[in-house]
Every structure is written in C-alpha cells, then in structure tokens.
Design a protein around this ligand. Structure first.
Ligand SMILES: [Zn+2]
Length: 290
C-alpha cells in the first residue's frame, strides 16, 4: 500500500460514520451502461437517431414507447448476467468491520444491495423495481429484458413504469432527504468511481462539515481539489488493497451490536427527514453522470 493508502485505511478504521458515494465507473466496467451511457453516446445516436437524453424521457415513454424500451432492454440491460463487480463486495466486507453508515449510489442496478451492503440509497431508483401504474405490482429487470417488445403487467396488460428516475424528472425527495441526513452526520466521505462534480454529489456535499473527503478514481478529474485524500489508478485494485488491510486488522463487528446501531441510525434519519425536504425540492435530475 502507498503512503496515502495507509493514511486512508487508518482514517476508515478510526471513523465513527463513513458516508460512501459510488459512481458509474464501477458498473461500466462490467458492461452496464447506465441510464445515459455517455461513453457510447455516438453509437446510441447513430443507431436510434436520438440521444440517450432524449430517449430516456417521459416524452418517449408515452409517445415513442417502442424506442424507449428498445434502449432500456438492449442498452441499459443489454449485458445478461453481468454479476456483481468487486467493489460492492469489498464495501460489504469493510462495512462488517468499520463504521460505514450508508452507501449512496447514482447507478441503477441494485448491485450494492445484491452484494449484501446495508443502508444503501439508490438515489436514482433501480431497474429492479418497474411498476404497473394500475395495480402497483413490481417487476424486476429480468422481466423487462425477457419481453422483446413493450413489457406489460401480466395482470392488467398496462405498460410498466421504469423504476429509475427519467431524464428531466426530479429525484425522489424522500431519498434525497435521507442521503442529506446521512452525509450531514458523517465524519468521513469516501467517493469511489465518480466525479466530485456529479450533480447529486454536489448537492449532498454542501451538508458535510468534516475535513476528510477521500476520492478514488481512475484518473484525476476537474473538481477533485476539494478532496483531502486522492487515490488514482485501477479502482478495483485500490479498494481491494484497503479492503484486504481492513479485513486483516479489524475483526468483524458483533452482529447484534451492528444491527442495533443500524436501527438506531435509521430511526434518527427518519426523525430528521422532514426538516430537509423543503431544502431539496430544488434539486432536479440532470443526471450528467448517470
Ligand atoms: Zn397491473
């Protein structure tokens, strides 16, 4: 481990409440393109005749529904069984040993929940919870993928509503308030695979009062100067080394004790939710980095 990695590892071990923010670099690596798929923007526009920013809107969902779901099924869910990438699993291992209070992500594939992480907030929603607007039944990503045309509710035959925030839509206020409360009470902020200029992250970091922002990414990006510790390179390897060091030196926390803390934190967050709801109303889903 490098000198900075050692410092970061110590910081994580001694923190009382770590706020983890995970971006889309982590999911792209396994072929999950996200809602916007900016890295293949040219191919998308060439094939569909529209950009992903136009396709993933309410307008297309209601008026050009075939194109909407073609993109959803073939671009967003185009990779079958991508598995869980290393980082969600590393975070789970670390969360069992150090005080990671919450994991916030702007990605929409529910990978952190699947890896077993606790207190995950998928701020932009998830592809795993598509709903029937008539009866409210929920359908997972596999159901959407398996329908080669427009996916309908098997009971009502109504077109499903995607479980993620569409472009131009406002981020769910409840989720945003919850995330704000989490960052506000944290002493360490750990950002993995995301720009610090990500719209959601920028709204959240305003509420952080500490002096320990850590960023781990492939390369330096504009805006990284607000971080107190920066680690660049292969993010799987860097987080892997931190995880190994923590696993080697910190025992798994007593399960009961960890659960009690979780419950306590969650009820605290619920009490605080109301006061910030108004403050977040202005935040909209520009989703530059999704
Ligand atoms: Zn239904």
């Amino acid at each position: 481990m490098s000198v900075v990695e050692n410092k970061v590892s110590e910081l994580l071990k001694n923190s009382k409440n770590i706020f983890v923010f995970c971006g889309n670099t982590i999911t792209r690596d396994i072929g999950l393109h996200g809602v916007l798929s900016e890295h293949i923007a040219y191919e998308v526009e060439d094939y569909y005749g529209y950009s992903s920013e136009e396709l993933m809107t309410e307008n297309f969902l209601t008026r050009r529904v075939k194109l909407f779901f073609d993109y959803y099924q073939n671009i967003m869910l185009g990779t079958k069984d991508p598995g869980i990438p290393p980082i969600p699993r590393y975070i789970k291992d670390m969360q069992e040993r150090v005080n990671i209070g919450s994991v916030i992500t702007n990605t929409v594939y529910s990978l952190y929940e699947k890896a077993g992480c606790k207190n995950v907030i998928s701020i932009n929603g998830t592809v795993e919870k598509n709903t029937c607007t008539s009866c409210g039944k929920v359908f997972d990503a596999e159901y959407v993928r398996a329908h080669r045309l427009i996916p309908h509710c098997d009971k009502c035959q109504v077109t499903l509503r995607p479980g993620f925030t569409l472009i131009g839509e406002t981020i769910d206020n409840g989720l945003m308030s919850k995330a704000l409360n989490e960052v506000e009470k944290s002493d360490v902020v750990l950002v993995i695979g995301s720009s610090l200029r990500d719209k959601v992250f920028k709204s959240l970091i305003k509420y952080y009062t500490g002096d320990s922002i850590i960023v781990i990414n492939k390369e330096e990006l504009f805006g990284d100067e607000i971080a107190n510790y920066r680690l660049y390179g292969d993010i799987n390897e860097i987080v892997g080394r931190l995880r190994d060091d923590i696993v080697k030196t910190v025992p798994v926390r007593d399960k009961e004790e960890a659960d009690t803390e979780d419950t306590k934190e969650r009820s605290d967050a619920e009490t605080d939710t109301e006061k910030t709801t108004e403050e977040t109303a202005e935040e909209t889903a520009d989703k530059k980095d999704n």
